[in-house]
Design a protein around this ligand. Structure first.
Ligand code: IMP
Length: 521
């Protein structure tokens, strides 16, 4: 019992959120300005639960969202996020119809199905195929063979893709259609991996299953090694985030689009969101730099009236009044963050914004009254920041942390022997030229006056797959929860106690007075 009794001395130094932030109301605090006090714990990190509800009908299995930025979230990132239990918000710096097909790609993603496998045509030579493998550095040598209309003709097996057959034509070497194992997408059913797993067990020695439609058009390919990897992953603690029909969840950002007369283009916004809903989008995010504004409020109201059940994220704000306004307009989850982003210059350019922990505290209290959730958007650089953010919010939105991942849009570039990916603010001049100007209250075609960029273009070191990055972050969140004796995120929010950190304390918090060795990577 003694272990759980809170000593008065602790209470004097380590304060609960209301007491702490009120006592520090004269200063804006961010992640590194504070630290969390440990508490008696019976909770092992690995037993902590990370599921979070952002709105009725929108539940994540981990509290992480990838930013709606054009160098962060397109379909590949959204698929990876949802497979890990989180959510990706597809950005809007692309034609509307392209955003629709990006959402479709996520919603119709069949895990383990290679949707666009490399195909070979029947009149190629085996030598051409060998050259292709060499050029593209493929680690496989079996290919479906299709005619010019995409109809399946057979399978070119790796056994015949050998230099000795280089002058033979593919048509003479392929395993013919009738001898190739196929399955239709319908037959794969709700759990394609379980179905494919059963197939591979029943067909000894067969390692590839081709997926076709009723007209024998090639739709994709499932390999036994992928099925085995995924079956192993299924034992993982955090399940993919899926909708009621077992599809991966996906979000899309929309802007408060204006018409030629400067008014809100309600018709266009409604048409686009209707099309997104038809494709199965799970949440839309009305994303702007200044969410406590008429344009954003009106957009949210229009959407709420038209789609009473659709979860709506809106932002960004940093004030209680901003949260109340967006909640009253109909938003379910509100993005908090003005100026914390790693590529953001809003505070420098506009002199505006609030350090993130203070902003989260103020907004969280308004959100609790309005029964909406808040999302901590921007400024997260390490898992410890996420733990601190989650003491006041329902999830975090990250850009920079995911921008170096393989699944982020764009190719990696090599600079002085290191690999980097481009990462840019949606308020950078380059991104605004590609369409995001409205987010920062500017016109895309505004050439008559200088437009002040509120973001920079940058590089992020390549960081591997989303799986790997999230595994690190989740490990950190779970450790933090273990230290606080919190078995779930609700307990983390109610138990957290804070203290400010001095500049010397900040230095003490990172490795110091040593030369770091990296042998375990
Ligand atoms: P990060 O995770 O610290 O890199 O911050 C990402 C967040 O910064 C996004 O989710 C946006 O809220 C915000 N953001 C994106 N582009 C800009 C910009 O150009 N200026 C200011 N903030 C931005």
């Amino acid at each position: 019992m003694a272990a759980t009794r809170i000593s008065h001395l602790d209470d004097t130094f380590y304060k609960k959120a209301d007491a702490f932030f009120t006592a520090n109301s004269k200063v804006g605090l961010t992640y590194d300005d504070i630290t969390l006090a440990t508490l008696y714990s019976e909770i092992l990190p690995r037993n902590t639960q990370l599921d979070t509800t952002l709105a009725d009908g929108l539940q994540l299995n981990i509290p992480a969202i990838s930013s709606d930025m054009d160098t962060v979230t397109e379909s590949r990132m959204a698929i990876a996020m949802a497979l890990n239990g989180g959510l990706g918000l597809i950005h809007y710096n692309m034609p509307e119809r392209e955003q629709l097909s990006q959402v479709s790609r996520v919603k119709y993603h069949v895990q383990g199905l290679i949707q666009d496998p490399i195909k070979i045509s029947p009149d190629q030579f085996i030598g051409d195929v060998l050259k292709l493998i060499e050029e593209k550095k493929f680690g496989f040598s079996t290919f479906p063979v299709v005619d010019e209309k995409g109809k399946l003709l057979g399978l070119l097996s790796g056994h015949v893709v050998k230099p000795r057959y280089a002058t033979k034509k593919v048509i003479d070497a392929l395993t013919p259609r009738k001898a190739v194992h196929t399955i239709t997408k319908k037959e794969l059913g709700k759990d394609p991996i379980a179905r494919a797993d059963k197939f591979f067990t029943e067909h000894i020695g067969i390692h590839k299953l081709l997926v076709v439609d009723d007209d024998d058009q090639m739709l994709g390919l499932i390999t036994m090694s992928d099925v085995e990897r995924i079956t192993l992953e299924r034992k993982a603690q955090f399940k993919p985030a899926r909708d009621a029909q077992f599809r991966l969840i996906c979000g899309a950002a929309v802007s408060a689009t204006r018409n030629a007369f400067g008014g809100l283009d309600e018709k266009r916004i409604l048409e686009h969101v209707s099309a997104l809903v038809e494709r199965g989008v799970d949440v839309v995010a009305v994303s702007t730099a200044h969410g406590h504004s008429k344009g954003v409020g009106d957009t949210v109201k229009v959407l709420r009236d038209a789609f009473p059940k659709l979860p709506i994220i809106a932002g960004n704000v940093t004030s209680a009044a901003g949260v109340e306004y967006l909640a009253d307009c109909g938003a379910n989850a509100i993005k908090v963050g003005q100026g914390p982003g790693s590529i953001c210059t809003t505070r420098i350019v506009a002199g505006v914004g609030i350090p993130q922990m203070t902003a989260l505290y103020v907004c969280s209290r308004a959100a609790a009254k309005k029964r909406v959730s808040i999302l901590a958007d921007g400024g997260i650089t390490k898992s410890g920041d996420i733990v601190k953010a989650l003491t006041l919010s329902s999830a975090v939105i990250c850009g920079g942390i995911f921008a170096g991942c393989t699944e982020a849009p764009g190719e990696a570039v090599e600079i002085s022997g290191k690999m980097y990916k481009h990462y840019r603010g949606m308020g950078s001049l380059a991104a605004m030229k590609s369409g995001s100007a409205a987010r920062y209250g500017h016109e895309k075609a505004d050439t008559t006056r200088k437009v002040a960029a509120e973001g920079i273009e940058a590089l992020k070191e390549v960081s591997g797959s989303v799986d790997r990055v999230l595994a690190q972050l989740i490990g950190g969140i779970q450790s933090g929860m273990g230290y606080l004796g919190a078995k779930d995120l609700e307990q983390l929010r109610s138990k957290a106690r804070y203290i400010r950190v001095s500049p010397a304390g900040q230095r003490e918090a990172a490795p110091h007075d040593v030369v770091e060795l990296k042998t375990g990577n």
